[in-house]
Design a protein around this ligand. Sequence first.
Ligand code: CO
Ligand code: CO
Ligand code: CO
Length: 315
Amino acid sequence: MIDDPNLIVGLKSFDDAGVYKLSDELALVQTIDFFTPIVDDPYTFGQIAAANALSDVYAMGGTPLTAMNVVCFPTQTMDVTVLREILRGGLDKMREAKVTLVGGHSVEDSELKYGLSVTGVIHPKKIITNAGAKPGDRLILTKPLGTGIINTAIKAKTASPEALSKVTKVMTALNRDASELMQVIGVNSCTDITGFGFIGHACEMIEASDVGMILTSSSIPFLSEAEEYAKMGLVPGGTNRNKKFRTKQIELDPSLSPELIDILFDPQTSGGLLISTPQEKSLMLLDQIRKKGMEEASIVGEIVSEPKGKIVVKK
Ligand code: CO
Ligand code: CO
Ligand code: CO
C-alpha cells in the first residue's frame, strides 16, 4: 500500500468514506455502494440504492457533489424498462440531494445490482469520523431499526402494505438534514447504520474512539412490524453473523426479548445516523432533527469511559 500523507481517512480506520486532502481548506470524500434489489418496485429500489450510497458522505459531515451509476444487469432475462425505472429512481434521489450524475458503467451480470460511486467535498479540519466519541456524550439514532427483517418479510411475501410503505419511507430518506444539523450544532462522532447492524456500527465507534457505551433498549426506535416478523423467524442471515462477530463485546440485560436482540443486530439498508454529541447539545440537536421529519429519532444511550470496548444494553 502507498503511504500518502494526503489520505486523511483511509482503509485502516474502517470509517464510512475515504477522505483525500487537496489543500488546507479542501478534501475529497469518496465512497461506493451497490447491491441487489430489496424491494420489488424498480423505481423505489433506485431511490433506496442512491440514498444508501450518499449516506457515507453525510455520515462524515461531507457534501456530496457528483455521482456515477454502477449497474450490473441481466439483459438476456430482464426487460430494459426495469433498468430505466431504477435509474430514474436513482436520478430523482440525486436531484433531491443536489448531486450531479456525471457518468457510470454497466456490465452484463446474471443478477441485477445497482448503486453509486459518490464524490463529495469536506473541510479537512471538520471531518466527523467514528473515532471522536467522548465519555459523557449522548447518542442519537436518527432512523428506526428493523429494515432488514421487514425486507426479509417482503421477500417471503409476508409483509403488510403498511410495513412496506413504512420501510420504503425509512430507506429512501436521505441522511442529509441530520448531517447538516450535526455540522452546525457540533458533534464529536458519527457513523451510519448499515450492514453490520446497529450494534456492529456502534462497536466500530467505541473501538475507534477507545470508549464504552451504555444503551437503553426501551428508547431505541424500531419499526413495530419488525418485532412481529422476527417472532415468525423472518430474520436475515446477516443477523446471526453480526451477533456472532460482536457477542464478546455485548452485555445484554437478561430481560430483553429475542426479537429485540434480533432488531439490534439486524443488517440495515440505508439506515440512520448514529451521532455522538456533547450532552448539553443533545436535546437541541434531537429536537431539530425531529422537526426535519425524522420523527422517530431518539436519544438511545451514552458514551462511558469504562468498561472500554464494551456495549452494555440496559432495559
Ligand atoms: Co457507512
Ligand atoms: Co458504505
Ligand atoms: Co466504462
